[in-house]
Design a protein around this ligand. Structure first.
Ligand SMILES: NC(=O)c1ccc[n+]([C@@H]2O[C@H](COP(=O)([O-])OP(=O)(O)OC[C@H]3O[C@@H](n4cnc5c(N)ncnc54)[C@H](OP(=O)(O)O)[C@@H]3O)[C@@H](O)[C@H]2O)c1
Length: 341
């Protein structure tokens, strides 16, 4: 089969489009013919060696996989050849932890395509336990934008952020893959949402996924705009995927007793932390990493009902992985981008 592999960590030039052996299904596994593989900023960190350094080379990355069952290993029930499926965007790679709860806190849990080969290929080999029947009826390229961001958003916004009817939620980078999904989850839960975006075209993207108020990075004063919106109180919840550059503004945007959820670090991961303001303000800080199978299932149900929509920016051919990584790095992506084998 054809695959886009890396032989070492590095720049997008590290990608090589090659022939590699087509996988055969081991016991308890299936082979999925990849219809589309969605990308996230995680892919850039992984390619650069910023996630793990002990990944065996050559490696095929790719977390957000939609496709069809191509071959079924012994002991697998409930799947048929040709069936449309989604691969879980993360799971414990140690089978002993497959039933760990919550699954995203298992020691060997990682994003799909981190250690085991992922979706930058014509076929991928997955434990059947982490393959989900796809009954969404969505085009497979659009659906491939969703699993990782949906899992993340359900966990960060609903479970950890405790967002509900009329919550006032401030969400960073509202046109990003993860930010646009968090807006949709917050809106589906009945919240009111303010978000911030960089370039002007991203305003329309954030509005199209339901943001009630969209402010501009570098133009608007985030803290002031949140204060004006909340009659001076501050937001009930701040959802952050940007990290250090906006940490102080995020804290000042939060109401007394508000919840801050961080799951990302595009601008950096070190910051100064004011403990005095923290405890005087009764702030609750939560770290969020991916999510559970139940959270993904709940998110997929919202997707099937049309309450959440995939945000597909562009598709690229599988041999164009370098271009798609450069595009993500340019900060111009709205929603997610997808590779098509
Ligand atoms: N922990 C988890 O479970 C989890 C899951 C998903 C994502 N993440 C993390 O969340 C972050 C965002 O991921 P993503 O895939 O949604 O990214 P993305 O689609 O590439 O969007 C990132 C956005 O961040 C904004 N940004 C603000 N400051 C920036 C800076 N200094 N440099 C570059 N961009 C900056 C940009 O939007 P504007 O131009 O509009 O400001 C950019 O488009 C990443 O750190 C990723 O690893 C974590």
């Amino acid at each position: 089969m054809k695959a886009t592999v890396i032989h070492d960590f590095g720049t997008p030039a590290a990608f090589s489009y090659e022939d590699v052996p087509t996988p055969e299904p081991a016991d308890g596994h299936v082979v999925v013919k990849v219809a589309a593989c969605g990308l996230n900023r995680y892919d850039l960190y992984l390619r650069m060696g910023g996630i793990k350094r002990d990944i065996k080379m050559p490696h095929v990355m790719g977390a957000d996989i939609t496709g069809n069952i191509a071959a079924i290993g012994d002991g697998v029930t409930g799947f048929s050849e040709g069936q449309r499926v989604i691969v879980a965007p993360g799971f414990p790679i140690d089978p002993k932890e497959w039933d760990y709860e919550p699954i995203n806190q298992a020691a060997s849990y990682c994003v799909t395509g981190t250690y085991l080969w992922g979706g930058y290929a014509e076929y991928t080999h997955v434990p059947a336990r982490f393959v989900i029947p796809d009954d969404t009826n969505l085009p497979q390229d659009q659906l491939a934008t969703a699993p990782l961001c949906l899992t993340t958003a359900m966990h960060a916004v609903k479970t950890l952020g405790e967002v509900g009817e009329r919550s006032k939620v401030f969400i960073q980078a509202g046109a990003s893959g993860s930010g646009s999904m968090c807006i949709q989850v917050a809106k589906a839960l009945g919240a009111e949402v303010m978000t911030i975006v960089g370039a002007e075209p991203k305003v329309e993207t954030a509005e199209s996924v339901g943001a009630d108020y969209v402010i501009r990075r570098g133009i608007d004063d985030q803290v002031q705009r949140v204060r004006d919106w909340t009659d001076g109180r501050g937001a009930d919840v701040v959802i952050d995927n940007v990290g250090s550059e906006v940490f102080q503004a995020n804290m000042e945007s939060l109401r007394v007793g508000g919840i801050f959820v961080n799951f990302g670090l595009v601008s950096g991961y070190r910051t100064e932390f004011n403990l005095k303001n923290f405890f005087f303000s009764h702030h609750i800080l939560k770290g969020s990493m991916m999510g559970t199978e139940a959270e993904l299932a709940e998110g997929l149900a919202l997707l099937k009902l049309g309450k959440i929509k995939p945000v597909l920016d562009r598709t690229f051919a599988l041999n164009d992985a370098a271009a798609v990584h450069e595009y993500i790095d340019s900060r111009a992506v709205r929603g997610n981008v997808v590779l098509i084998p």
